[in-house]
Design a protein around this ligand. Structure first.
Ligand code: AG3
Length: 291
């Protein structure tokens, strides 16, 4: 590439996501902008960074990097799948980068996974710039749809799903409705008894008393019998710390198949039976904020 190429960044170039409301920000040193598209739904950028591999950004918010996406993707998939007694039918709403799909497909008992993301551009970008995330996409059990996930849920049959994963952006703008009682009720309807829903649920440090607390209340209001919020590290997201919240339909999400979670053959990098157990024990400040 010639030095005149417009994609080349100035010598010291940083991508920064500012968390204005929290008075903080996160930056990565970037080498090159690989993609910049305005899809019908959002502004999608991909950068090559100095030390975190490729970086995907949606509407200015960091979605993932090569280096640390395993934390989020393992924690949104495996706790839910090891909580359900025998998950066969799995649905992912959002998740267009396919990182969650890849983790779900590691479970040999899973028979069918439908991923519904509204924006095909995200999947196209993953295919070009994040080949490791899409490597399981040819699995015959995987079905990729580009459509409105809320509409899809409304059209699904009662009790037809075992595990429902909401891999969304922050609950502002298009994803806001995915955190509300009305949508959670519709999710509850399509889950079979014993079903588990899991939702990405923002930062334990920044959002315990607000988004996480409200989501847990709304999940109970929607008819779920149990809820559990599991924190885990995520260096590239606001505060460097993130969470998922599980909800069970006739199922206790504070229990899981510990034997299966210790005796699997999946080559995982963060999730272990101990990490799962540990994440279920909330630090006192969170317990207090969530009570
Ligand atoms: N979805 C969660 C993104 C939330 C990040 N928020 C932020 N950077 N402000 C990630 C999708 C990965 N499959």
């Amino acid at each position: 590439m010639s030095p005149q190429d417009s994609r080349l960044m100035p010598e010291e170039a940083w991508f920064t996501e500012v968390f204005d409301r929290h008075g903080s920000a996160f930056s990565l040193k970037v080498r090159e902008k690989l993609l910049d598209v305005q899809s019908p739904y959002q502004h999608l950028e991909v950068y090559a960074t100095e030390t975190f591999g490729n970086l995907m950004v949606l509407d200015g918010c960091v979605m993932l990097t090569d280096r640390d996406n395993f934390l989020y993707h393992e924690m949104i998939a495996h706790p839910a799948l090891f909580t359900h007694e025998a998950p066969k039918r799995v649905v992912i709403i959002g998740g267009g980068d396919c990182g969650t799909l890849k983790e779900v497909l590691r479970h040999p008992g899973v028979e069918h996974v439908t991923q519904i993301d509204i924006d095909e551009e995200v999947t196209k970008a993953a295919e070009r710039f994040f080949p490791a995330l899409v490597e399981a996409n040819d699995d015959p059990r995987a079905e990729l749809l580009f459509a409105d996930g809320v509409k899809w849920v409304d059209e699904a049959d009662d009790g037809s799903i075992d595990v429902l994963i909401i891999d969304s952006t922050d609950p502002v703008g298009p994803a806001e409705g995915l955190f509300k009682t009305d949508f959670l009720k519709r999710c509850h309807r399509i889950l079979a008894p014993g079903g588990v829903m899991v939702q990405q649920s923002e930062s334990p440090l920044y959002h315990s008393a607000t988004i996480i607390r409200e989501l847990r209340r709304d999940m109970r209001e929607a008819g779920f019998d149990s809820v559990a919020t599991l924190p885990f590290p995520q260096p590239v997201y606001p505060s460097g710390w993130w969470s998922v919240t599980l909800a069970g339909k006739a199922c206790d999400v504070n229990q899981f198949r510990e034997e299966a979670a210790s005796n699997h053959a999946m080559p995982l990098s963060y999730y272990t039976v101990d990490a799962h157990r540990g994440a279920l024990t909330l630090p006192p400040f969170m317990q207090k904020a969530l009570d």
